[in-house]
Design a protein. Structure first.
Length: 456
């Protein structure tokens, strides 16, 4: 009996010990869980209205939305940093505009997956040209006005240019993978704010992968300076696509333009418009930008297409400009090339203004006069004209989601040249193809072809 009793007691004791251990484990687990800190709540999106002056280093984050109310200035010594994926609205009633003043910086480094977007505050379906101002950058590089500095166009009151001591490598920051939509206010007649305005911006500034869409004036305008740019899109602008003046000497490579047949400005809408200055003076530095690998698809899908009568030329080079264009295509304008005035024609004759390895296609009139014809057709320049647009063999440039890639067998896939001394700079990427694209579509992932209906 003693043996049986002992065995029974041992089993009971084992059960008690097991229960005690389980209880201790449960209590320990509960205590550990209770002791753990609660996870932070998900951040709440906030809409922040921005006004007046930014005088200290400031960061705009992607979790928030920002509204530009009136003219917002990034002042000398301040840096505005904008995170990838951030959306900024321009207020219509107050003409919301972002101005980076001399000595200020913008660091807007988006990505292909998370572009930074500046757009209209109006609701989807109600957005329009000129709903807000745009982005204005003022730098300290040389311009060709007396005294070396001037008030930037558009009525914002900021000064650009380096004065008597310009800094041509001035750094105003970074704009990369940025969309600018429905900007371009006609502040006063012929004094508009553009989609992206660069005044005296230096070569230390980085500008690439920019799309300006539905701009109420020029998509891009450079007033002097030496900033370089790559991968630019101008989509359905009102006025000009690339406007250069007041001594601009930057380099631009890889740009694509697509126009709307119904929309043009009374001043005359052109793909390129370039002047040395408003009077065509001999002031220095002379306007002499260098463009390469540009594709401009004007409003006429075929030479018989009816378009707004204010459309003029693919290239209007005038008032003593010395703009040069290489390895580029132009199609769909009433007129292809106009080298306007004795001074600009002299620049062309003396090879200060150069157009080489370019193609004009599908235009009612390729040349404004015999001068342009003789210049363009000079064999050493390796230019060509094509009777119809489809001979370019570009996939679908006028589709709702355009495809600017040349098709297999396209004449654009070969023929480029970078031997000209103006292209002997490490900025330029050597290509075999003519136009903005070869076999890679660099607009994929970050461009938006329907910003009117995008919900931000």
């Amino acid at each position: 009996m003693k043996k049986i009793t002992f065995l029974f007691q041992s089993r009971q004791l084992s059960r008690i010990l097991i229960l005690a251990l389980v209880s201790a484990f449960v209590l320990s687990s509960c205590k550990k869980k209770d002791d753990e800190p609660e996870p932070d709540p998900d951040p709440v999106e906030t809409t922040i209205t921005v006004t007046g002056n930014i005088t200290t280093n400031t960061t705009w984050t992607a979790i928030n939305k920002y509204v530009l109310s009136g003219f917002v200035y990034v002042k000398d010594g301040a840096t505005l940093t904008i995170e990838p994926g951030t959306v900024i609205f321009g207020e219509k009633d107050t003409k919301g505009t972002l101005i980076i003043e001399r000595g200020g910086k913008i660091m807007a480094q988006g990505t292909a997956a998370k572009p930074i977007v500046f757009t209209s505050k109006m609701a989807p379906g109600s957005r329009n040209y000129g709903d807000w101002g745009g982005i204005v950058i003022c730098g300290k590089a040389a311009i060709n006005v007396t005294g070396g500095e001037a008030e930037i166009e558009g009525g914002v009151g900021s000064i650009y240019g380096g004065g008597a001591n310009p800094v041509d490598n001035d750094n105003s920051g970074v704009l990369s993978y940025v969309r600018i939509e429905f900007a371009g206010i006609p502040f006063v007649q012929d004094k508009e704010i553009n989609g992206l305005t660069c005044g005296g911006v230096g070569s230390g500034t980085t500008i690439d992968h920019i799309q300006v869409s539905y701009c109420g004036d020029d998509s891009y305008e450079w007033f002097g300076g030496k900033v370089n740019s790559k991968y630019l899109i101008s989509y359905k602008a009102w006025d000009d696509d690339f406007d250069t003046d007041y001594g601009f000497q930057g380099m631009i490579q890889f740009g694509v333009v697509l126009r709307d047949a119904n929309i043009a400005d009374v001043s005359g809408s052109n793909g390129f418009e370039s002047d040395n200055d408003a009077s065509g003076s001999a002031n220095l530095p002379q306007t002499k930008p260098v463009f390469s690998n540009i594709s401009i698809f004007g409003p006429k899908t075929e030479s018989s297409t009816t378009v707004n009568s204010n459309y003029k030329r693919a290239m209007h080079l005038r008032r003593n400009t010395a703009t040069s264009v290489f390895n580029s295509i132009f199609t769909g304008y009433p007129t292809g090339l106009f080298i306007d005035g004795t001074a600009s024609q002299t620049n062309a004759t003396n090879d200060l203004l150069r157009i080489e390895n370019c193609r004009l296609a599908g235009m009612s009139t390729f040349f404004a006069s015999q001068f342009e014809r003789d210049y363009f057709k000079t064999p050493s320049r390796n230019n060509d004209t094509l009777a119809t647009q489809n001979l370019l063999m570009v996939t679908a440039p006028y589709a709702a989601t355009p495809n600017f890639l040349p098709q297999t067998g396209s004449p654009l896939l070969s023929g480029a040249s970078f031997t000209n001394s103006l292209l002997q700079n490490t900025f330029f990427t050597t290509t075999t193809y003519i136009g903005a694209m070869g076999t890679t579509d660099w607009t994929q992932g970050w461009a938006n072809w329907d910003p009117q209906n995008t919900v931000y």
